[in-house]
Write a protein that binds this ligand. Structure first.
Ligand SMILES: Cc1cc2nc3c(=O)[nH]c(=O)nc-3n(C[C@H](O)[C@H](O)[C@H](O)COP(=O)(O)OP(=O)(O)OC[C@H]3O[C@@H](n4cnc5c(N)ncnc54)[C@H](O)[C@@H]3O)c2cc1C
Length: 400
């Protein structure tokens, strides 16, 4: 939608093809229905939140930065506000207002949208694109084609990976798409017993073959299949190219205390606890539900009293408080993933224009590209900025 607005604003007559009954359907479910449309941070912080191919975005973010995006929304009649973590939302708290705003801009420039139509094939002649064929056989001729079909996550919103097939048809390499910003399934079945328990202020770290690939403080959640919540979703963005069987994940339940301080604290609680059961002692240090099962996780009989805990057992409890180990079996499926990792290889796309390096009149924008970011409004901003640059560049090509 943003690409079509920029193309029209720059003097050409784009046609938007959309398989759904309306354009921008995914936006309705973003930000829990409130749409966290961007992040009001500076360029460096923005790029630090893009684990895959951040440098590809310089030109796009230069053309349409988060500040520009906020101003753009206001200009088109949708006031925005900045919340915790510089996350930007419409003042109305309604994601539908973001879709409506994009649609108003399209209406202003009289951009037609062909709804209920699915682009099936690129029509090519002598290495250039001459049009697009729909699944119903209609062929539309075009001077340029822009693929902004999204990834494979939440396919019910229309993003079913069609763009990967279209890109491959034009000779593009597609990095295998995988779910990202997605919950993780664990081998440990005790997680299911803690379903709904949220841990605030813990440190989640992940090690692959001795190398730390993730280490952050924050919040996470136990679910019926394993783990979820902000830290876990973010960790899932860092699993690219990693064999899950090589991955070791740890929860530091006492990130504010060193190992020694944790052991000293436990010793104090045990000394004061005397005849109390170990799980009761642990309730002073952990949420009650976790404290109840914690002795068994540390291989300590739950019925033991504080005074019966041996120094080896105390050490095991300390080790688990500072690094509760988890084994990740798999990510949840694309149906539950907020974004897709992988996509059109950015080495074959010009970052200054979003044009294909293989086919001169083919452009890409948004999640179909192999770029992805953490939660916080970054992914939509990437879609808006790459869309703006691709739309502008397509207009310039056609008018040149
Ligand atoms: C639950 C959820 C919450 C999210 N929350 C946020 C958030 O708050 N902030 C944030 O920054 N990001 C969020 N995201 C991610 C964000 O929504 C996406 O990164 C963004 O929508 C990608 O934009 P896009 O235009 O590239 O693709 P999409 O939004 O997926 O749009 C692609 C469009 O192309 C259409 N299409 C696909 N194939 C064809 C075809 N062959 N022919 C015709 N039309 C086709 C689809 O129907 C769709 O309308 C969230 C995602 C999910 C799933």
């Amino acid at each position: 939608m943003m690409a079509a607005v920029y193309a029209a604003e720059n003097g050409i007559h784009p046609l938007l093809i959309e398989k759904n009954e309306k354009a921008g359907k995914k936006i309705y479910i973003t930000g829990k229905g409130r749409c966290n449309l961007t992040n009001a941070c500076g360029l460096n912080e923005f790029l630090a939140n893009v684990p895959v191919n951040p440098r590809f975005l310089y030109s796009a973010l230069h053309l349409l930065s988060p500040d520009d995006m906020m101003a753009w929304m206001e200009r088109w009649g949708c006031p925005v506000k900045v919340e915790r973590g510089r996350r930007v939302f419409p003042v109305s708290d309604k994601a539908s207002d973001v879709t409506k705003t994009l649609q108003s801009a399209l209406n202003f420039y009289s951009v037609p949208t062909m709804l209920h139509h699915t682009a099936d094939k690129l029509v090519m002649e002598n290495g250039k694109i001459t049009g697009v064929m729909m699944t119903d056989g209609i062929v539309l001729s075009a001077k340029a084609v822009l693929i902004a079909t999204g990834g494979i996550s939440y396919p019910a919103t229309g993003s079913t990976g069609d763009g990967y097939r279209l890109a491959a048809q034009a000779g593009h390499t597609v990095i295998p798409p995988q779910p990202a910003l997605v919950p993780l399934e664990t081998k440990e079945t005790w997680c299911a017993g803690l379903m709904g328990l949220s841990l605030e202020n813990v440190r989640l770290s992940a090690i692959c073959k001795g190398k730390k690939i993730y280490d952050e403080l924050g919040e996470m959640l136990f679910t019926h299949f394993g783990i979820s919540g902000p830290l876990v979703l973010e960790l899932s963005c860092h699993l690219r190219g990693i064999k899950l069987s090589d991955l070791q994940v740890f929860i530091d339940l006492k990130p504010g205390l060193s190992e020694k301080q944790t052991e000293d604290r436990l010793l104090r609680e045990l000394t004061a606890g005397g005849a109390k059961q170990i799980k009761t002692i642990l309730e002073t240090m952990l949420p009650r539900r976790l404290a109840e099962i914690f002795p068994s996780l540390c291989d300590v009989p739950a019925e033991k009293t504080a005074s019966q805990i041996s120094s080896e057992e105390r050490k095991r409890i300390t080790d688990h408080l500072k690094g509760l180990p988890l084994t990740i079996l798999r990510t949840r499926s694309a149906e539950e993933a907020i974004i897709t990792s992988g996509g059109v290889d950015v080495r074959q796309v010009n970052p200054s224009t979003m044009a294909s390096r293989l086919v001169p009149n083919l452009f890409f924008a948004g999640e179909v590209l192999d770029v992805n970011a953490h939660t916080g409004g970054y992914n939509l901003q990437i879609a808006f900025s790459t869309g703006a640059l691709a739309g502008l560049s397509a207009a310039q090509l056609i008018l040149s």
